[in-house]
Design a protein around this ligand. Structure first.
Ligand code: URA
Length: 216
């Protein structure tokens, strides 16, 4: 199941358009905040797919029966670009546990690159709801490496893979390389092209650099 939120009209389109806009994205504070706001929107959408149980809430005037989420959530992201997006999801799922995956592109002499996995910091994810976010699914390789690394910590009951902008190629790669049983993919928008260096076109550019500045 792949949900593409830009296929419906919502305020998300405004935030994604500001991430894409070459002028607006120069304001890194707004860029990070927009990623965070998009994380909040995804959290709200995902919340409709969690498990719920009725609970009686005592108000000053009586008892209100409300369905409240019971799923145990692990909110995971890939460093470093994922941090503001992760924080947005955490703003809504504020009692979730958190996981971080460190991976980077290792470039070879011919200009090609492979994704090097470095470090995993994660709680047990067995039987829990895993939300794995990365703002960009370009080739899809980082997402697959991150997901497989997390599976060393258990088998989630359900996984939500979330990105702000994905390429068609990246989504197909993810679908091909992971077992999609109990996995839902969410993306803000879907772009057609990838450059030879696996940047998404039209995309937004380098999300990590735009959020946090250039790296060496
Ligand atoms: N990562 C980014 O930040 N941008 C892309 O276009 C692809 C991967």
């Amino acid at each position: 199941m792949v949900h593409i939120l830009a296929q419906g009209n919502s305020i998300l389109n405004q935030f994604v358009s500001e991430l894409r806009d070459i002028e607006v994205q120069k304001d890194s504070l707004r860029f990070r905040r927009n990623m965070e706001r998009i994380g909040e929107i995804f959290a709200y959408e995902i919340s409709k797919h969690l498990d719920y149980k009725e609970k009686k809430i005592t108000t000053p005037l009586g008892i209100s029966k409300m369905n409240l989420p019971t799923s145990k959530i692990v909110n995971a992201t890939i460093l470093r670009a994922g941090l503001p997006f992760h924080n947005g999801i955490l703003n809504y799922f504020d009692t979730s546990e958190n996981a971080f995956i460190s991976a980077h592109r290792k470039y070879h002499k011919d200009g090609s690159f492979t994704i090097q996995f470095e470090h995993l910091s994660s709680p047990d994810i067995d039987g829990k709801t895993l939300i794995l976010s990365d703002p960009m699914i370009a080739s899809g390789a980082s997402m697959v490496i991150a997901y497989k690394a997390l599976l060393e910590r258990g088998t989630p009951e359900h996984t939500h893979i979330v990105s702000i902008i994905s390429s068609n190629q990246g989504i197909n790669y993810v679908k091909k390389h992971i077992n999609m049983k109990n996995v839902t993919i969410w993306t803000g928008d879907l772009d057609d092209e990838l450059t030879s260096k696996s940047y998404i076109v039209p995309g937004i550019g380098d999300a990590g650099d735009l959020a946090f500045g250039n790296k060496m």
